[in-house]
Ligand binder design. Structure first.
Ligand SMILES: [Zn+2]
Length: 355
């Protein structure tokens, strides 16, 4: 059982990515006091990931004050049951097939209260509170990484939806009967604009005889996959396969994002994620241009499309803002309960949609 949150103590935010784990320790104004970073274990499943997070939190916390934390926020990829702190499925983390109680496990290991949420929701929340989304009340976050994730903030509040899946723009269909997506369906945005799909596509094109430097760069950089850095380097070198894949991603993203904007009429779209951040404003400008033909409200009054400002720290800082909410309310914002055993809100009550 964790101790009660202590208002004066720092908070920690943890971003669990497909390749790395980023930790920040901040004060209550989200100024970064210390940080640490390590690789996400490629084997050993969720237990190994939890075991890797603990020393990184200890390392960062050890650099400030007496090393005590008021609360910890965690952003993890995949389906997250926020009330229970359970990450039920995480296709982009190796071996994470069964639900794992990440929140309770880390509460036990650290003694601090823990809140766990989906990484893209947390990253968008961070951008809304501290980054590019600050001037707006209605924001769509679109995160390009291993997959494509999204999150919706309306009236200043993160919307989770009935099943907690609000914002899953990666699975908006951009081509009927199109390319197979990691989710098993066809024609999803993620099948054209997610890094894992791009890698599958590049391997196929290479096998068919297309010349590309992508895999040579990958080996030279000692990577196991086509990371954002590998793709960015190939683009800089004028690699035609990389250019074609990014063009395809931009066209698909333009159509999907414009369609969601037509439904929600948000004020701003923030583009983030590993790939989005790495490719930066040139990628964002191209997406904004690709959206134009599909926008119902276009021209001067159309939606602002902005690159994420918090960069690599968006996820960890967003997680810190959720941890701060936990401290101020004593509970995750849409429940009255910590994610600990025996102290749960009834599942049905909190799972009802507020939209
Ligand atoms: Zn899909």
């Amino acid at each position: 059982m964790p101790s009660a949150p202590r208002p004066a103590e720092p908070i920690a935010g943890v971003d669990v990515g497909g390749t790395k784990i980023q930790v920040v320790v901040t004060d209550r104004r989200f100024r970064v006091l210390a940080q640490s970073r390590g690789p996400t274990p490629a084997t050993g499943g969720p237990e190994a990931v939890a075991a890797a997070i603990v020393p990184l939190i200890t390392e960062a916390t050890g650099q400030v004050a007496d090393g005590r934390l008021a609360a910890i926020g965690i952003g993890a990829p995949g389906s997250v049951d926020r009330l229970r702190g359970v990450v039920s499925r995480s296709p982009n983390l190796a071996g994470w097939i069964d639900p794992f109680p990440l929140g309770p496990a880390l509460e036990k290991a650290t003694g601090a209260p823990v809140v766990v949420d989906n990484d893209v929701r947390i990253g968008t929340l961070g951008e809304h509170r501290l980054g590019a989304g600050r001037p707006y009340r209605d924001v769509l976050g679109v995160w390009f990484g291993t997959g494509v994730g999204g999150a919706v903030i309306l009236g200043g509040e993160l919307r989770r939806g009935r099943a907690g899946a609000a914002g899953e723009i990666g699975h908006v269909c951009v081509r009927i009967g199109g390319r197979r997506c990691g989710c098993g369906r066809r024609g999803c945005l993620e099948a054209y604009a997610g890094r894992a799909s791009m890698e599958r596509r590049a391997r196929k094109l290479e096998a068919r005889g297309r010349r590309t430097q992508l895999f040579a760069i990958m080996e030279k950089q000692g990577r196991r996959t086509l990371t954002s850095g590998v793709i960015a380097r190939a683009l800089d070198m004028g690699d035609q396969v990389a250019q074609a894949m990014i063009e395809e991603a931009v066209v698909a993203a333009g159509s999907a994002i414009a369609s969601v904007v037509n439904v929600l009429d948000v004020e701003a779209v923030v583009i983030g994620g590993g790939l989005g951040t790495r490719l930066g404003s040139r990628f964002v400008r191209r997406i904004a241009a690709a959206m134009q033909p599909h926008l119902f409200v276009d021209g001067r009054d159309s939606v602002a499309v902005l690159p994420a400002e918090l960069g690599d720290l968006a996820g960890a800082l967003g997680a810190a803002t959720e941890a701060a909410e936990l401290v101020s309310s004593g509970a995750p914002s849409d429940s009255r309960s910590l994610s600990t055993e025996g102290n749960r809100a009834p599942r049905g009550a909190a799972a009802r949609p507020r939209l």
